[in-house]
Design a protein around this ligand. Structure first.
Ligand SMILES: [Cu+2]
Length: 444
């Protein structure tokens, strides 16, 4: 059997399978939101036809509408990007931002994307997850010739799906994506399904920036030390806010070099509703508090913001909330660092020995000016919280849930209602419940 005949038969099998699947309610629902690519639809309008997504600190690449086509201009080039105060990076990105730009359109829109290459290197842009003509797929050398320095290419295709997709360089992938050439491509449904009240999106990226350097090292394969959401390092990213009872959607997208990211929410339970392959049938979903976002995928979760409070949302890969701390550090756990400090002071007067009880104090020491961090680095610099220093940075976010939100949407820190906050136990309580604490074993 020749290849063409086999392909034809595979096609016929797929068509028969699709017809059989269409009998289920989920499949009918999915088909109802699939547009006919041969039909022209009026361009979707933000606010009228869809509720725009919130991409905290992300940079939108705007569309202009000409007739029934949406037109955007993407400029690829080098730029300096502030990941957080104290850490700048020399990135390659889209419209001036690395791993933080986004496109937003509607299923049925026809998009025309001009791409100008201002790098010294050739490049090509791939539209990850989108169903489109092969020649628009953006794989340099395979589906098109590369965009040479100074050239502007045009891509044009209809959007025949909805969901959370991405775009990224597809030439010299390790260097170009590693330097930041990744973005989000959000496509809203033409006929909105049961919608949500809050719709957030985060593009995850990881970088190797040696302390003191500004240029991310795209040759690193495993040991990343800076982790960003929409091109920002926590806490230099706006928190999320929602009112009690609101339905929240969070879209995670991961175009990191190497790592899958294990995104965990506190105080709530969510359901994974979509991937970059489409909507998951309701019967195939299960509840989770952590969603693994593998490299090269998107995962969308939905939940009701049920409980008031300040809730952490973070990657559970533990060093992904540490920034440049820990990399190359010796194991100091259990070492009497005060005694060692006294001895080291003779040799290196301004050295500060620490780590005997872990690294939790490091960021606070730097913030307080007790010790200097290397230039252009943020080792374990976190956030001064309402009840102490929070030594987490990188892949961390906050979900602030309140009964009501102020007009600017920024509620400030949560006041736990009286009697609902953890606190030192009293001697009377210990005695009442028979808990014996031996004071001779006090580590202080
Ligand atoms: Cu992670």
């Amino acid at each position: 059997m020749d290849v063409n005949r086999r392909l034809l038969m595979a096609g016929a099998g797929l068509a028969a399978g699709a017809a059989a699947v269409a009998a289920t309610p989920e499949a009918r629902a999915a088909q109802a939101t699939t547009v006919d690519p041969s039909r022209r639809y009026p361009p979707g309008r933000p606010g009228a036809d869809y509720r725009p997504v919130t991409v905290p600190n992300g940079v939108q690449i705007p569309f202009a509408t000409r007739g029934d086509v949406k037109i955007a201009h993407i400029v690829i080039g080098e730029a300096t990007q502030r990941f957080a105060p104290g850490l700048d990076a020399q990135i390659w990105g889209f419209n001036g931002v690395g791993a933080g730009a986004y496109l937003e359109a509607v299923e049925g829109d026809r998009v025309r994307l001009y791409v100008t290459n201002r790098l010294k290197a050739p490049t090509s842009v791939h539209w990850h997850g989108l169903i489109l003509p092969s020649g628009m797929d953006g794989v340099g050398g395979l589906t098109q010739r590369n965009i040479e320095p100074g050239e502007t290419f045009v891509y044009e295709f209809p959007l025949v799906q909805h969901g959370t997709f991405m775009f990224h360089a597809h030439h010299d992938e390790m260097a170009q994506m590693g330097l930041g050439m990744t973005g989000l491509f959000i496509v809203h449904p033409r006929r909105p399904r049961a919608s949500v009240d809050r719709d957030f999106a985060f593009l995850i990226h990881e970088w190797k920036i040696r302390p003191g350097a500004r240029r991310p090292d795209p040759n690193e394969m495993t040991d990343f030390n800076v982790f960003t959401l929409n091109g920002r390092v926590f806490p230099a990213i706006d928190p999320m806010a929602a009112r009690v009872g609101e339905r929240v959607r969070i879209r995670f997208a991961n175009l990191s070099q190497q790592n899958h990211h294990s995104m965990h929410i506190h105080g709530h339970v969510w359901t994974v509703t979509e991937t970059d392959g489409g909507v998951i049938p309701e019967t195939a979903r299960w509840p989770e508090t952590t969603v693994l976002v593998p490299v090269g995928t998107t995962r969308t979760v939905e939940f009701v913001a049920a409980y008031p409070g300040d809730w952490a949302l973070h990657c559970h890969m533990l060093h992904h909330v540490m920034n440049q701390m820990g990399h190359g550090a010796g194991n100091m756990i259990g070492v009497d660092d005060r005694a060692l400090q006294a001895r080291v002071a003779d040799l290196i007067p301004d050295a500060m020995v620490m780590g005997g009880a872990g690294m939790g104090d490091h960021g606070a020491h730097i913030e307080a000016g007790h010790m200097a961090a290397p230039e252009n680095s943020i080792p374990m610099v976190g956030l001064r919280g309402p009840r102490g220093y929070i030594p987490m940075g990188g892949l961390v976010q906050l979900l602030q849930v309140r009964a009501a939100l102020p007009a600017d949407g920024k509620p400030g820190w949560y006041d736990n209602p009286p009697g609902t906050e953890a606190r030192p136990a009293t001697p009377a309580e210990l005695a009442r419940d028979g808990v014996v604490v031996d004071p001779r074993r006090d580590p202080r």
